[in-house]
Design a protein around this ligand. Sequence first.
Ligand code: LLP
Length: 429
Amino acid sequence: MFTIKDHLEIKNNHLMIGGADTTVLAEQFGTPLYITNESRVIGNFSAYRKAFPDADINYAAKANGSFAIIRILAREGAGADVFSFGELYMALLAGIPREKILFNGNSKTDFELQKAVEIGIKVSVDSIDELHTLSKIADSLGKTVEIAFRVNPDVSAKTHPKISTGLRTSKFGIPSEEVVDAYKEANGLPGILPAGIHCHIGSQILDTTPFTEATHKMMDLVEKITGLGINLKFVDMGSGLGIPYKKDEGQAPTPLDHAKAILPVFEERTRALGISISPRLVLEPGRFIVADTTILLARVNTVKKAARNFVGVDAGFNLLVRPTMYDSYHHVVVANKANSRPADTYTIVGPICETGDIFAKDRTLPHIEKGDLIALLDAGAYGFSMSSQYNGRPRCAEVLIKDGEADVIRSREDFVDLLNGQKLPARLM
Ligand code: LLP
């Protein structure tokens, strides 16, 4: 029998989240529904802060860009890793101070670079070409922009190929062996102040040794860059800590393990640099902060015995694409029968017109019938933030639970929202 993760309880056979009964929430707000536990967001962020007491924790807004979530983290003192002007706009609006933000991205528009310069946001520069564009923009505005280079450290993160970002073959960053020359070049350019160095080796990493390897490689570079007379203010090691989506991944590393993999190397090597002011360490966790805070709740439309025992629910991969895109595992609980005896093997599918619209294959679950509620766990990271309206499906609502009470933080889209921004040329009227 599955034991529910420590922050999800069962009461009267119902799945509870943050003290709220999921079956009641389904009645009150309808399904599909994203449900987030506020105190879990705060708890996860605190765990990171405790593990890295002297580092800056920049929340990766792409993991869950809901405004209320960014606001919670802003109030907890988080900085932000933003990957677009849209994310920058949201982070600033949520109250994250501009000096705590790093503008990342491998293909920024001139507009985005200009905004970063105007507002005074640090930029992680991904290529020499971008460096020159940024220099021209900053110079023409009479400003100086602090930059880091995004390094491609050529480290295997031992994770899904689609979320491995630090391999030599990946599109991100500047190859390690070209990085020192990049700093030399940046140093002489108008409007540019080399202030940091940045890498990010991948996501959903369950073995922490690649973090240690990456820290060594980054500190090799820091040493060489310091040798050029450039004193870096920060070393941003990105993120990538995985979470235990599967029960047998119960031994997944924690922020403390992440810290053990990075801090000794970072501290020893910054000491060895012998400079008076050591660079500050920056981390950019996304998944760990939000993944396990949230469930996606869906209602069963229909059950069919065919090649498999198919359970058709009212959420599809337009709302949670991870299983379709990365074959990701999300634990399934029948929310209104959370403690019932397992009865059969079921495959949970969505209503989208694609064979790959499968949330979970061959799971042993209690007897399922029309009207039951299916909870997909650990849906808080890269869930709603990767959603779409594919197949003419308005996006669902999101609620935030605090002390058992729910607030809507995003309204359910209506069918008219499918027409948002669309126009008919006069000839089609
Ligand atoms: N920093 C940078 C520069 C990143 O590109 C990312 C994630 C992060 C930080 C946050 O990494 P995390 O702590 O969440 O592992 N959609 C995929 C994950 C894509 C990750 C993209 N970059 C998924 O659902 O697994």
